[in-house]
Design a protein around this ligand. Sequence first.
Ligand code: T1G
Length: 665
Amino acid sequence: MNKVITLDNPPVNALSFKYSEKILKEIEDAENDPSVTSVTVTGANGFFSAGVDVNDFQKDWDPSGTTVRDIIETIERSDKVFVAAIDGVALGGALELALACDRRVATPRSKLGLPEIKLGLIPGAGGTQRLPRLIPPQEALQMMLKGETVSAERALELGLIDEVIPDVMVSVSNHPEHVILSSASSVRESKGEGPLKKRRVSEMRVQLPATAQAFALPYIIAEAHKSVPPEENGGLAAHKLIDAVQAAFELPFPRGLAREYRLFDELVASAPSLALRHLFFAERELSKIPGLPPAEPLEIKTAGVVGGGTMGTGIAITFANAGIPVTIVEPNADQIGKSRQTIFGMFMHQVKRGRLTQEEAWKRGQSIAFSEDYAALADCDLVIEAVFENMAVKKEVFGKLDPLVKPGAILASNTSTLDIDEMAAITKRPEQFLGLHFFAPANIMKLLEIVRGKATSAQTLATAFKLAKKLRKVAVLSANAFGFIGNRMFFEYTREAVALAEEGVPPARIDVAMKKFGMAMGPFATFDLSGIDVFWHVAQGRPDLELARTPILDRLYEQERLGQKTGKGFYKYAEGSREAIRDKEIEQLFAELAKKAGVKQNPDVSDEEIASRIIGALIMSGEEILRDGVALRPGDIDIVWIYGYGFPPYRGGPMFYSQEALAHA
Ligand code: T1G
């Protein structure tokens, strides 16, 4: 008889330590039941399992309790045939459980993967030893290093599964005995191999392709180590993963497994993994707004964008990519031409990269309409403005929009620093008004700050969060305060960098020190990328800003040294190049300004001191933002800085980093 065991632990059938005890008992019962000849493990609700419950991996986790390892070892010892029948997602420890089975079948929509690396871990229940035995080892290594999922079709090509089972699997819950048997038997029939036999992956050998020479293994391992970041810069788990896979090549299964377990247990307590697991949950907290009454989100079926500049065009592309038809209102015909060109170029680039079919690109391009007339937006469900960063200009836009768009439409501003309530006040719909602050380039950057006005309703906020998910953005709620969360902190972060430059530390050296800390880009390179005029304009409107009081921005603005866009900023750039070249002129300019201001010089400060001062300023600003109630949680601030400003994820974000730094001080 075939016994069916169904993983059923909503919402994602996670194999928590507690739930693993239940499943282990079911498997042991099947093992001890002489009438059972085969066991099929499947998942409930169209979901196999998301793997081990990440909540269970607290810093001092106790591996002596029942875990998915015990389930897998029981399957391994059994002489009964185990079939994993996958419908939906099979990740991490759940896929490792399937790897311990003798057969794996999956429905066409299934996705399989070992994403542990994204949590700063490695597969810790045999995945690093079984996957390279079942599929080509280089494919196995890359799949685990990238933490990517593969489709059922790709899994079949690789040999990760034996059969793609049509939708018969979806009825597994109401005909368990019959259907699973047929699926298992379909594996038998299609392979014509008679009754299913035991086929332990652990007994297979890791096979290098016949073309590979004897020296291939050391070369493959050496190349793999070179292909990942250094251990201290986010590469710790990757290097340990390569060590574990090397053991699969070189050691008998039991010893390779022991090495994997040891490496995994070390990583669970490692700082990068604690940081990445913090971010995993912080990201899933974002849309939980304490005190907000439940509200049904509206469906945004059509959108309008006022302003066809860089931001407006990027925002329109974002809507088109999410399948939401969008109209850009832009009075300037030349600007419309430029916007059309940008859109066409972007979609062609996606086609060239194989990310979009020609037909899909054309469809998305066609879903973006242009008009010089606001009336074209009358029926839109949401209209966002992305015009010049000036309050009068924005008020004029909303003064035109409010009487024109339909009563239920939401109006939004893409402003990065201006007062949302002041804009809402000139409309008759403050409840349906909010800020949607996209980050440039809007169609690439995943971060979206949702800015809540005094009157913004719960339904408008719920709609914005639902829209963000559809736009594939990571949305963080901000109160309506200057600079919201990211930029307000960025001004303090860059202020400290400028202070160090005034003390005689070359900007180029400051950027190197911040990249060594793990930032994707140094502060001065960021100034040049965003445009020094952007900061200068903001500073004009905010004399209270410390950054506004530094003379350097005025000097650069006067000299039209605006950054990459003018070929000179804090760095200089060769014609048509974005490569930053150190510019002694800037260092002389800082020296003159510092002398005039009587700033004490301190040019020999260490890289660590540079990073500590700049990150310290960032953290203090984050603490102020929490005190002012601008951000809901420290984790929200961390997510803003990971997705919006290139803070190193393996340090968990500025607020997590500050706690860790304090804890180890
Ligand atoms: N553990 C605990 N909770 C999880 C979870 C997990 N593995 N996966 C999801 N959740 C929760 C999540 O916090 C949220 O909770 C809800 O489920 C819906 O998630 C030994 C050690 C499965 C693709 O890394 O990739 O196995 O906010 O909003 O967009 O080698 O969740 O509703 O309270 O993301 O539909 C490896 C992580 C674990 C998979 C579904 N597995 N999860 O995406 O929903 S380590 C993973 C995901 C491991 C072994 C190792 C996604 C998803 P709440 P969601 P979704």
